[in-house]
Design a protein around this ligand. Structure first.
Ligand SMILES: C[S@@+](CC[C@H](N)C(=O)[O-])C[C@H]1O[C@@H](n2cnc3c(N)ncnc32)[C@H](O)[C@@H]1O
Length: 373
């Protein structure tokens, strides 16, 4: 069976979580780059990866990867790619071009050159060129140039997998991307202890946690799958794979979420119900007046940073009070925080056992883990 060269895009800084996830799902990881994990897999695995990878935004076929110094070299690299093995000359395509660094040509120039190469190569091999449709393409080819590193990938996924079918869009100003939330829960070391989020907003961390531990696909019900127009696609196998996942679903420790905003809790409940994990216990409460837990827990949370929510000066008081409470009441628990504000880390009474820097959109953040004695 042929092994394909592929890559996945994910949260910058947490590529290692995605690499572990893809390995566990059966892919052969070959390396990582900024917000990318490169791997090999047979085509059959692509279906399962799309259904079960939780930390991935999109999957791509790696068409070319090269060091280039000019537009002409990009053209030469693009000529080597067998596009005609991936899609037919009746399939509408678009080039999506990104460029970073100092060059004497623009990303538009690259898109124009690569688009022409795709057409010319199709004419040379099949006698006819495919149509270009920049607004509604069936196939998207991503062209990325960073300094002299050039990457050409074919989008297998379509729109990003972080658009979960279970989630109400625009429900919360600072809701986490579910692909980031999944990476955080997977990196948290959550074990047999209950998972709690005292500032849960719309419940993203808990819902992704429940889906992960119970082996439920986070993308059940999604209808857009870009790979279905490709020549390699095997519809019967895809249908069988989808059928098989409906029979999965395991157990997890209890999950509890609270937020002081009743509107968010209402949405969290609706989200959990549509994700099929409606046994998560949600309540309206101030994180500072929750009763102490009856047993050690894994507390995973994403408090306000003061960027889009909460005033930075008031947040220092919130962080201090949270730490006073957690230190007094959460002995034996693990505290896992997504922090976009250094004051939270500075208020902690002990050193974290782990800390990972990552980017949330363009905001530098840190995933911090403490074990309380
Ligand atoms: C960054 S948002 C969390 C977003 C959430 N992770 C999601 O994906 O929807 C922070 C949340 O903390 C809540 N919050 C702030 N202070 C709180 C407090 N003292 N008690 C409870 N909730 C609080 C806010 O209402 C907000 O929903």
């Amino acid at each position: 069976m042929e092994h394909l060269e592929l890559y996945a895009t994910c949260t910058t800084g947490l590529e290692w979580v995605t690499a572990q996830e893809l390995s566990a799902l059966g892919a052969e990881v070959t390396g990582t780059g900024q917000s990318r994990v490169f791997f090999r897999a047979q085509w059959e695995l692509v279906y399962r990866l799309h259904l079960f990878a939780r930390t991935v935004n999109r999957f791509f076929a790696l068409l070319a990867q090269a060091q280039v110094g000019s537009l002409q070299e990009i053209e030469e690299v693009a000529w080597q790619v067998p596009y005609e093995e991936w899609f037919s000359n009746r399939t509408a395509f678009a080039i999506r071009s990104e460029r970073d660094g100092t060059h004497d040509f623009t990303s538009m120039d690259i898109a124009r050159v690569v688009g022409q190469v795709v057409c010319d190569r199709f004419i040379a091999r099949t006698g006819q060129r495919p149509p270009v449709n920049l607004d509604y393409p069936e196939v998207e080819i991503f062209s990325t140039l960073v300094d002299d590193q050039y990457l050409l990938g074919l989008n297998l996924t379509g729109s990003s997998l972080h658009r979960r079918p279970w989630r109400q869009s625009l429900a919360h100003l600072t809701a986490l991307r579910p692909t980031l939330a999944a990476a955080v829960v997977m990196a948290s070391g959550w074990d047999h202890r209950p998972l709690v989020d005292p500032m849960c907003g719309t419940g993203t961390l808990l819902i992704e946690g429940a889906l992960w531990r119970r082996g439920i696909s986070p993308s059940l019900g999604r209808e857009e799958w870009a790979f279905r127009v490709l020549l390699r696609h095997q519809e019967a196998q895809w249908q069988a794979e989808q059928e098989a996942i409906r029979q999965t679903g395991g157990q997890s420790p209890p999950l509890r979420g609270s937020d002081w905003n009743p509107r968010y809790i209402q949405i969290a409940r609706q989200n959990a119900a549509s994700a099929g994990v409606d046994d998560i216990q949600f309540s309206v409460a101030n994180a500072l007046s929750l009763p102490p837990p009856e047993e050690p827990v894994v507390l995973v949370t994403n408090p306000p940073y003061g960027v889009r929510m909460g005033k930075p000066s008031e947040l220092v008081h919130l962080y201090r009070k949270l730490w006073r409470k957690w230190s007094a009441e959460y002995g034996g628990s693990r505290i896992v925080v997504i922090s976009g504000n250094p004051a939270l880390e500075q208020s902690a009474p002990v050193e974290p056992v782990a800390s990972y820097d990552f980017l949330q959109a363009d905001l530098p953040c840190r995933l911090l883990i403490w074990d309380l004695p």
